[in-house]
Design a protein around this ligand. Structure first.
Ligand SMILES: [Ca+2]
Ligand SMILES: [Ca+2]
Length: 465
């Protein structure tokens, strides 16, 4: 409102009201001509009629070509980037008023300087649309307020242009709920996610806080070593997994929404295939209580990245642990061909977890960097190697880290297995003395198995953190 009061159109009309009174007119001037503008690009200006009530409007421009014109708005193509615009309005009670302003980048009247403009898809008010905006839609989910009756681009309310919009009654911090109604239809719901997808710009700067000891978040693969039969090589291999949140020891408290990014080696992954999807019936909620956004940025924004967000829609958080989303990507079979062993690196990052009010929740990212090992079966002989001297493992006991030294053998990869038979770690062997980190795993006895074309080598290692 302060911005509006400072507008020359308002001041002029205010003086006009005073003048009418001074001249003894019975009826005061009641209409105020005013407009706001925004640059759709460097030479295209959208000018929005922000006048009080009117039943006719006349636009006059000194430079440029009119692209479209109505009483409510005019779009002008201005090669110089600047023009002078006048707007005359006549109100239903025959009051008339005019305002003229020079428009250039940074001049007064920019719709996003004078008002809290809405960018469709930017639900959290940072002027980009991406997975984090879904979290705000979740917070406001189901709320109704004033819809936007006018779109700067006719018939396209989702177009990435700033719109003037009335404030709603509710706020998340400094962000008004009107931003969460991305499509402007007057209700916040899953349909508003469409504007995020249409106008997607991946976040490049968010750095989450990681709290060691907080409830864990982890991407767990169903298999992290994939063995391919050399004589029956598939066209593709599907890698699957799940996003695990919390644990039985440290459940996630009052979780409402979760967003993150996922990156991967592009050389071996089929473009566009990395995806996440919600799990109905997880601790986060039944299918009808959750909604999500999965977008793969290959070929559009950033190769080797997929973003994901999931949120409840009930205004109440939930506590617990377990898988909340599944994961899959496809590896090209023909890329695998010709090499015995392939290392595919995956990474989960940029995690944001929120409660039902949009406040950040602490979490501890576990195993952010993941490696999938794809092995051809000609190096996975099941024959045990009898020569225990073909490798040396030291120190043993290992204090969080040990070295694997090859002796006259060309070992390809190794795995560390706990006494329950679960694979704790796999690692491709690229040097004669390979360093293996076991930091963070529980103390105890583990098996180390190393593989080459002719067989495997096995030893026990004690881990003491
Ligand atoms: Ca945003
Ligand atoms: Ca909406």
């Amino acid at each position: 409102m302060i911005g509006v009061l400072n507008r020359p159109g308002f001041l002029k009309a205010f003086m006009c009201v005073v003048l009418f009174f001074e001249l003894g007119h019975i009826k005061a001037q009641t209409c105020i001509a005013d407009f706001l503008y925004s640059y759709l690009d460097s030479t295209t200006i959208h000018i929005y009629n922000h006048s009080t009530q009117y039943d006719s409007a006349i636009w006059t421009i000194t430079d440029g070509v009119v692209v479209s014109e109505s009483m409510q708005a005019i779009v002008v193509s201005v090669p110089s980037g600047e023009t002078r615009v006048c707007l005359r309005i006549i109100s239903p009670d025959n009051c008339n008023d005019e305002i003229c302003m020079d428009i250039y980048p940074g001049s007064e009247g920019d719709i996003c300087s004078v008002t809290d403009c809405v960018w469709p898809g930017d639900a959290n008010g940072d002027r980009i649309a991406n997975n984090y905006d879904l979290l705000h839609i979740g917070v406001g989910y189901g709320t109704q307020g004033p819809g936007r009756t006018y779109s700067p681009v006719p018939d396209d309310p989702l177009a990435w242009t700033p719109s003037h919009a009335e404030n709603w009654e509710q706020w998340v911090g400094v962000v008004n709920y009107k931003h969460m109604d991305c499509d402007g239809n007057g209700v916040i719901d899953a349909s508003d996610v469409e504007a995020i997808i249409k106008n997607y710009t991946p976040d490049q700067s968010f750095v989450p806080d990681d709290y060691p000891g907080a409830p864990p978040i982890e991407l767990v693969l169903d298999e992290d070593v994939i063995v391919i039969e050399q004589n029956n090589r598939p066209d593709s291999i599907v890698i699957t997994g799940s996003v695990q949140v919390g644990s039985s020891v440290k459940p996630m408290n009052e979780l409402y929404g979760l967003a993150f990014s996922f990156t991967y080696d592009t050389s071996q992954v089929r473009s566009g295939t990395a995806r996440f999807s919600k799990i109905g019936g997880s601790f986060l909620g039944q299918t009808e209580e959750i909604f999500d956004l999965s977008t793969n940025l290959d070929g559009t924004h950033l190769s080797g990245r997929a973003d994901y967000a999931i949120s409840r829609n009930t205004q109440q958080g939930t506590s617990g642990f377990g898988a909340v989303a599944t994961f899959s990507l496809v590896i090209e079979g023909d890329i695998i061909g010709g090499r015995d062993i392939n290392d595919i690196n995956l990474k989960i990052s940029k995690i944001k977890a929120v409660d039902s009010l949009g406040n950040n929740l602490p979490f501890d990212l576990i195993n952010g960097d993941i490696t999938v090992v794809v092995v051809e079966d000609n190096i996975t002989s099941s024959q045990d190697l009898d020569d225990p001297s073909a490798a040396v493992l030291f120190p043993n006991p290992a204090k969080g880290i040990f070295q694997f030294k090859s002796v006259n053998r060309n070992w390809a990869w190794l795995e560390v297995i706990n006494i329950q038979g679960q694979r704790i770690k796999t690692q491709v062997i690229t040097s004669d003395t390979e360093v293996i980190s076991l930091s963070g795993i529980p103390d105890g006895t583990y098996w180390v198995k190393a593989w080459d074309r002719d067989g495997k080598w096995i030893s026990k290692v004690m881990v003491v953190q």
